[in-house]
Design a protein. Sequence first.
Length: 116
Amino acid sequence: QVQLVESGGGLVQAGDSLRLSCAAAGLTFSNYNMGWFRQAPGKDREFVSTISRSGGTTYYANSVKGRFTISRDNGKNMVYLQMNSLKAEDTAVYYCAAGQATYDSWGQGTQVTVSA
């Protein structure tokens, strides 16, 4: 059974940085693409970023491009999201996801709140 546990969320001010972490268990980590998604109050869950199995390919939503960086450590079964220059509109619950063809395993989420 795949388990994904996010950490690192919190309350910060606009312009600050946060680093989210996701610990994965119950899977051969290097066989899975990993992603970050977020859901703001009253809105649908949206894509933030994804990283390929080897870490060689990454994609970002336009809203975070240039500010967020996704990375992974296959030796530690970890994926990270470095978030810089945070804005109030980045406030959301952030979810880690794992998948091969589609994302089918999800963490419980970590709250990120950015005060203006």
